[in-house]
Design a protein around this ligand. Structure first.
Ligand SMILES: O=P(O)(O)OC[C@H]1O[C@@H](O)[C@H](O)[C@@H](O)[C@@H]1O
Length: 298
């Protein structure tokens, strides 16, 4: 299998391109954000906004942003996660690492796989977040798919609570046609209706703005897309929660780097540790949140 790792630029962002056979992944050093994943000439697996800006200091709309050490609005997180932030500035949505530079610390390629390890310099903590938690993202591409592992290792002497997500944007044929399998019977929080807790009945189909936190999940979810005759499969480890998000019409118009009609062709399934699935990292402990993304014919 031909394999290859190359450093490239995308406007202001230093990136790495990984190739394995006909599969290709591009990762930006900023945020260790995956920007694209495709297999051959097929529709890309991850969605990247046509209006994406590749600029320093700004997360790119699409791919897989890393949300850490909290997910979403800090004020909606469990108290233990809120207590970890001591900054005087308002806490940014989705944490502190998606628009800072990470370092590509190690690369490895052999006929079976190609792999990069990114590390985020958190030794002295982050602004307003004074905890010595080492953070790395391993990106591995092989003939089965793309494998992402986000590891947090507490080097400090106190326990730290964190929430996090691999905020994956998937490319789809049409939001009205796709369904998400694996959620049946699971509890979820409907963030659009007062954060009420509900229970999913059957597969999830989309008829309007969706912003839900699913809890108590199995390790496999899939996104069935009859229009593209494919099923994107997510297999996770270290996670029992996921966020399902599509902004629909009105919110799409308010989002940065997002065309007014782009909501029809994207869906986020964000492998997470949120709500009662947050991570409490004891001193010297580590936790890895992983997702493997693969494609089956459907
Ligand atoms: O615009 P941002 O900060 O990238 O966030 C995008 C979306 O991220 C999702 O994870 C949230 O559930 C949404 O509520 C949010 O709008």
């Amino acid at each position: 299998m031909p394999v290859d790792i190359q450093r490239i630029e995308k406007d202001q962002l230093a990136c790495w391109r990984l190739r394995h056979g006909d599969a290709e992944v591009i990762v930006a050093e900023q945020g260790a954000q995956i920007l694209s994943y495709r297999q051959g000439e097929a529709t890309p697996i991850l969605w990247l906004s046509g209006e994406a800006a590749f600029q320093t200091g700004q997360a790119v709309r699409g791919g897989v942003p890393v949300c850490w050490p909290w997910f979403g609005d800090l004020a909606r997180n469990p108290q233990s996660v809120q207590d970890s932030y001591q900054g005087s500035q308002p806490a940014p949505a989705h944490g502190l690492v998606r628009n800072i530079d990470w370092v590509m610390a190690r690369s490895e390629s052999n006929p079976g796989s190609v792999r990069l390890l990114f590390s985020c310099n958190t030794n002295a903590g982050l602004p307003g977040w004074p905890h010595a938690v080492e953070l790395s993202l391993q990106v591995c591409l092989d003939s089965k798919g793309l494998h992402l592992s986000l590891t947090s290792h507490n080097r400090g002497d106190k326990a730290v609570a964190l929430s996090q997500a691999l905020h994956s944007y998937f490319a789809i044929s049409d939001i009205h046609q796709v369904t998400v399998e694996g959620l049946d019977g699971r509890p979820y929080i409907e963030t659009l209706e007062d954060w009420q807790q509900r229970q999913q009945q059957g597969d999830l189909a989309f008829v309007g703005e969706t912003d839900r936190i699913y809890l108590d999940l199995p390790s496999r979810l899939s996104l069935r897309d009859p229009g593209l005759k494919r099923r994107i499969v997510l297999e996770t480890q270290g996670s029992r929660s996921a966020v399902l998000w599509n902004p629909w019409i009105a919110k799409a118009q308010r989002l940065s780097q997002f065309a007014d009609d782009a909501w029809q062709r994207m869906l986020c399934i964000e492998t997470a540790n949120v709500m009662d699935d947050v991570v409490r990292l004891e001193s010297a402990a580590s936790h890895t949140l992983s997702v493997s993304i693969s494609v089956e014919t459907a």
